[in-house]
Design a binder for this molecule. Structure first.
Ligand code: PRX
Length: 635
């Protein structure tokens, strides 16, 4: 175990990690339980790509998350579950109780035919069973694929089919603020086109009477009655897949990012302990949903591997009022609070009174993740939530990186508003120019790449290794390309600027422009569309859609609503376009490529400097679009 506690230790660890990565990572990995030790720390090439960590090692991540803690931390709280409604009773599980629940759930999976290597889709709200089911899969070596419960049935079906899941774990419904949402109904719809699914295991969250398909659907509470209390952890090879998590790229449908057992385990714990400077009595609250990678690594795996107490929240920041986050912090004595800039910006808008109503005395460290945090939000968070005394870690990473890559180590390395700052020891970022040359020195800006592997780097995209190569390893030969642009300031601190590809980051969630366009194009009125991101006060980026209809809509509002509904049905409510502009043409080059640069400028409200339009097939179309945009903005 390595815990870096001051600046000079950081420098020493960083140097060692670059000079002798194998020795560095062997030391980190040594603190885990391995059924069989690795023969070689790393084997890699970034061209195929082929990356293996802790080769030949055998372990089970749940042995490390749970079993090994039982002797010393059996009665320590592992999970605190805070319900959506503050009047409902919370749940706390000690490590021993969590062990029982995970073991039994693992046996339920086995009894329902799940075997090592099978894929299990989990489409569940933020209830304890979600964390438990993830661990239960890992226990028996089944590969979990958690799908955020806000995605539509079509998205769920795509993800289930891509990885041919045999079982789906879900609930009758979910609570979200004042709303209740019929989750199982979404699953039923999805399963109309998912031939691989044999069983659905349903958690009775709301006590609803729901449709249960004979021979396919079973209730968890019934299954638990027949499940043994202990399930031996399956010995897993370091490089056996642990989970698949779908994420959007600039082309095609979302792809299944694959993480493996050994490397992911080592990096999840290492990054958790060091970035947050975790201590035994801390109460860690990451507000993300387990449907995203942040929830995987910093609600479930990282904290439990470290033997920490992790808070899991079912609700939303504004229910019953915008003070809910702070009320929960005071209620549980939260020491580490990790959230997204979009949440901070929306609570900022609700006014200081909500945050000033709570003491927040317990807080020691604040974290930010998912998108660049603007300076105003940074200062508000630091001043009003952290009372100016808590280090604020701006953590840059991605679904593909598995864990935090560039971040201040809380209270150990310096912070700077809106800067992720320095790489963790073991991470070697570089900035490249468009020809792929490394930019030396400071005060430079370029494409953010990583030149050496780390244990939780993406291994492949499920079922399509070539896609993984093309997306991440082909743009700059010999490097992992992040898709982000970044600056290195005069002190060598990194500032992430944002995506340089056709990916939009809405409230910290990634969508490919192509993915949204293809959803919009499903609407029978639509001939073609082009989508770009634009700066949005709360969401960071909003979605701006330029749409060509078959016939000019008679009632523009009505057609807009229809298109929004199409996107909601295809992807989910989170991908709703903010602005839909009806146009008669799109700016295209002679080879038919849409000039998104121009569309981005117009979406930003910049009508004067649209740049060179001489290569366009029809330069006049730009004038027309600007005219339309001005009209919409003025209404
Ligand atoms: O553009 C970066 C942005 O989010 C992208 C990764 O998205 P996702 O895989 O969904 O993971 C989000 C949570 C880890 C990155 O390519 N991003 C993430 N964190 C930051 C960020 N941009 C700026 N600052 C951050 N701290």
């Amino acid at each position: 175990m390595i815990k870096i506690q001051n600046q000079s230790e950081y420098e020493i660890a960083y140097r060692k990690s670059v000079e002798n990565p194998e020795a560095f990572w062997a030391e980190v990995a040594d603190s885990f339980v391995w059924y069989q030790k690795w023969d070689k720390v790393v084997e890699w090439n970034f061209l195929s790509p082929e990356i293996k960590w802790f080769c030949g090692g055998k372990t089970n991540i749940t042995e490390n998350c749970i079993d090994r803690h039982l002797k010393v931390r059996g009665n320590k709280i592992a999970l605190i579950w805070e319900p959506n409604d503050p009047k409902e009773r919370y749940i706390r599980l000690t490590y021993r109780e969590l062990a029982e629940r995970v073991n039994q759930f693992a046996n339920v999976l086995k009894n329902n035919g799940v075997k090592k290597g099978d894929r299990v889709s989990i489409y569940m709200p933020m209830i304890p069973e979600l964390a438990i089911s993830v661990l239960a899969c890992a226990r028996i070596g089944a590969i979990h694929s958690v799908v955020f419960a806000g995605f539509s049935s079509a998205s769920l079906a795509d993800r289930i089919n891509d990885s041919e899941c045999s079982v789906v774990l879900t609930s009758d419904g979910l609570n979200r603020g004042e709303k209740q949402i019929p989750v199982k109904r979404v699953v039923d719809e999805a399963l109309e086109s998912c031939p691989s699914v044999q069983k659905v295991i349903v958690v009775d969250r709301l006590g609803w009477a729901i449709h249960m398909e004979e021979g396919r659907d079973v209730y968890l509470h019934d299954e638990l009655k027949n499940a043994e209390k202990y399930c031996a952890p399956e010995p897993m090879d370091s490089e056996d897949p642990l989970f698949i998590l779908y994420t959007s790229g600039s082309t095609g449908k979302p792809k299944g990012v694959v993480h493996t057992c050994g490397g992911y385990m080592v990096y999840a714990e290492y990054s958790f302990r060091n970035v947050f400077q975790y201590e035994e009595s801390d109460i860690h609250w990451c507000t993300a949903d387990i449907g995203w990678v942040t929830g995987h690594t910093y609600i479930v795996y990282g904290p439990l591997l470290a033997g920490a107490t992790s808070v899991m929240f079912e609700g939303v920041p504004t229910f019953p009022d915008p003070g809910r986050f702070w009320q929960v912090c005071d209620k549980w004595g939260v020491t580490h609070f990790y959230t997204a800039p979009t949440a901070i910006r929306s609570l900022m808008q609700a006014g200081e009174d909500h945050v000033l109503a709570y003491s927040l005395d317990s807080l020691k460290v604040l974290g930010s993740v998912g998108e660049p945090i603007n300076e105003e939000a940074w200062h508000w968070y630091h001043t009003h939530v952290g009372k100016g005394r808590c280090p604020l870690v701006d953590t840059w990473w991605q679904t593909e990186t598995g864990g935090i890559m560039i971040s201040t180590l809380a209270g150990v390395t310096p912070m700077k508003p809106a800067h992720a700052t320095f790489p963790l020891p073991g991470i070697q970022p570089v900035l490249l120019d468009s020809d792929g040359n490394e930019l030396a020195g400071n005060n430079v800006e370029g494409y953010l790449c990583i030149k050496y592997p780390w244990p939780s780097i993406i291994r492949t995209t499920w079922g399509d290794h070539e896609r993984c190569r093309i997306n991440y390893f082909a743009t700059y030969k010999g490097y992992y390309f992040t898709g982000d642009g970044a600056k290195r300031d005069e002190n060598g601190m990194y500032r992430i600027i944002g995506r340089v590809d056709d990916v939009i980051n809405v409230s910290g969630h990634r969508f490919g422009t192509a993915e949204i366009e293809s959803a919009i194009n499903q609407n029978s009125n639509v001939v073609e569309s082009a989508v770009v991101g634009f700066p949005h006060d709360i969401k960071g980026q909003g979605i701006f859609a330029y749409v060509i209809c078959k016939e000019a809509p008679e009632n523009a509002e009505y057609t807009r609503a229809e298109i929004v509904e199409t996107v909601v049905a295809q992807i989910g409510r989170i991908a709703k376009p903010d602005v839909i502009l009806f146009v008669s043409g799109l700016p295209k080059t002679r080879s038919g490529k849409i000039m998104r640069r121009i569309l981005r400028k117009i979406a930003e409200g910049e009508y004067e400097n649209t740049g060179d339009t001489s290569t366009l097939l029809d330069p006049l179309v730009v004038e027309e679009i600007i005219g339309q945009a001005k009209q919409v903005r003025n209404t």
